[in-house]
Design a protein around this ligand. Structure first.
Ligand code: TRP
Length: 363
C-alpha cells in the first residue's frame, strides 16, 4: 500500500492571527489544501499547549478558540477539505504524550533551542519552569504522530520540535516495532515568508509590542499602523535624498505581498517593484507615496479576508459545528493511533483475554 500523504499542523490559540501568520503559514496552507496532493489535512488548535504557559489564564485561550477558527475560515481554509480540530478534546493525545515521555531524557529536552529561547522570553528561568511547558515538545510529537502525519508545515523556529518528534518516533519504533509514521517538516520557501517583521521593524509581530496588523483589523486601523507606526529609512529625510531599502519595513512588506499587477492598478509610474526600489534608492520617491501604495496592496489582500470573515461571523453556529465535527473526526483518527500504539506496547489487556494465557505460560 502506498503511504498516504497526510498534513498536520497547528497553532496556539493565544490571540487573533495576523499578517505575519498569513504570509508565513496560512497562505501556504490554503495552497496545499487546494493542490489536491494530500489525502488528509488536519489543523490542530493547540489549546493544551497554549495552557502550558497560560495556566493561570484559561479564559484567554477560551476566547481565542473562535477567533482562530474565524481566521482560518476567512483566509480560505475549507472545512470540506481540511479538518479543523481542538487539542483538549482529543484524549488520545494526552495518553500518547505520557508514553512518549519515556522516549526522551530531560537532558535532551533541556537542549531544545526553541524551548530554551522561550524559557528566557517568559522569565521561567527566574520564576521556575512549569514541567508541562518543559515537556511540550513531547506533546507536540503526540500531535504529529497521532494523525500519522507525513508532512508538517511549520515556521523555521519549529524545526527543533520536528527533530525531537523524529527521535521519539525512531526510538519508539526501535523498541516496539514499526508503529509510528516518521514525519517531515516543510518550512517556508523563501526568506520573505519566513518572518514578516512588525510594523516597527522589530523582528516579529507580537501582540505585546502592539506592532501587528491583524487579519481582522478594519481598513482604518491598517492605515493607521502603516502611516503612523511603520518604520522606513531614518536617513531619508527629504524626498530628494537617496533612500535605503534594507531594513525598510515598507519594502519588506512589499517584497512579501505585492505582485506585478499591483503596479498597473495602483502605481503605474513603475512597471514593477524593482523599478520602484531603484527610484527610491536614487532619491526622489517619497515615503508617503510608498506607504500609500503599500496600503492599497494590503487592502487588496485583506478586504476579501474581511468580507469572508463577516459572512462566517453572521453564521457563528455553523462555525461552532465545523470545529465540533472536525474534532469528532479527529477523535476517531487519534483513537485509532492510540490503539495501535497500545497494542505495540503490549498494554492492550482488555482487547481480548490473552493476558491470561501469557500469565499461564509463566506458571
Ligand atoms: N508549537 C506550534 C507553534 O507554536 C504549534 C503546534 C502545536 C504545532 N502542535 C503542533 C505545530 C503540531 C505543528 C504540529 O507554532
Amino acid at each position: 500500500m502506498a503511504e498516504k500523504k497526510i498534513i498536520l499542523t497547528g497553532d496556539r490559540p493565544t490571540g487573533r492571527l495576523h499578517l505575519g501568520h498569513y504570509v508565513g503559514s496560512l497562505k501556504r496552507r490554503v495552497e496545499l489544501q487546494n493542490s489536491g496532493e494530500y489525502d488528509e489535512i488536519y489543523i490542530l488548535i493547540a489549546d493544551d499547549q497554549a495552557l502550558t504557559d497560560n495556566a493561570d489564564n484559561p479564559d484567554k485561550i477560551r476566547k481565542n478558540i473562535i477567533n482562530v477558527v474565524l481566521d482560518y475560515l476567512s483566509v480560505g481554509l475549507d472545512p470540506k477539505k481540511t479538518t479543523i480540530c481542538v487539542q483538549s478534546a482529543l484524549p488520545a493525545l494526552h495518553a500518547l504524550t505520557f508514553y512518549y515521555l519515556n522516549m526522551v531524557t530531560t537532558a535532551r529536552l533541556s537542549r531544545n533551542p526553541t524551548v530554551k529561547a522561550e524559557i528566557a522570553l517568559r522569565g521561567f528561568a527566574d520564576e521556575g519552569l512549569p514541567a508541562g511547558f518543559f515537556c511540550y515538545p513531547v506533546s507536540q510529537a503526540a500531535d504529529i504522530t497521532a494523525f500519522d502525519a507525513t508532512v508538517v508545515p511549520v515556521g523555521e523556529d519549529q524545526l527543533p520540535m520536528l527533530e525531537q518528534c523524529r527521535e521519539i518516533v525512531e526510538k519508539f519504533n526501535r523498541i516496539y516495532g514499526e508503529t509510528l509514521v516518521l514525519p517531515k517538516a516543510m518550512i517556508p520557501e523563501n526568506e520573505m515568508q519566513r518572518r514578516l517583521p512588525g510594523v516597527d521593524g522589530k523582528a516579529k509581530m507580537s501582540k505585546s509590542l502592539g506592532n501587528c496588523i491583524y487579519l481582522s483589523d478594519d481598513a482604518k486601523t491598517v492605515k493607521k499602523q502603516v502611516n503612523g507606526h511603520m518604520y522606513t529609512d531614518p536617513q531619508h529625510l527629504k524626498i530628494e535624498d537617496p533612500g535605503h531599502i534594507e531594513g525598510n519595513v515598507v519594502f519588506t512588506y512589499l517584497d512579501a505581498l505585492s505582485v506585478t499587477e499591483d503596479f498597473a492598478q495602483f502605481l503605474p509610474d513603475y512597471r514593477n517593484l524593482d523599478e520602484m526600489k531603484e527610484h527610491y534608492m536614487r532619491g526622489g520617491l517619497g515615503d508617503g507615496t510608498c506607504k500609500k501604495f503599500l496600503i492599497n496592496v494590503l487592502e487588496k489582500n485583506l478586504e476579501p479576508i474581511r468580507a469572508e470573515r463577516a459572512k462566517w461571523e453572521a453564521d457563528i453556529d455553523t462555525v461552532y459545528d465545523i470545529i465540533l465535527e472536525g474534532t469528532q473526526r479527529a477523535q476517531e483518527k487519534t483513537n485509532a493511533t492510540l490503539e495501535r500504539v497500545r497494542s505495540a506496547m503490549r498494554i492492550d489487556y482488555f482487547k481480548d483475554r490473552s493476558v491470561i494465557g501469557d500469565w499461564k505460560k509463566m506458571l
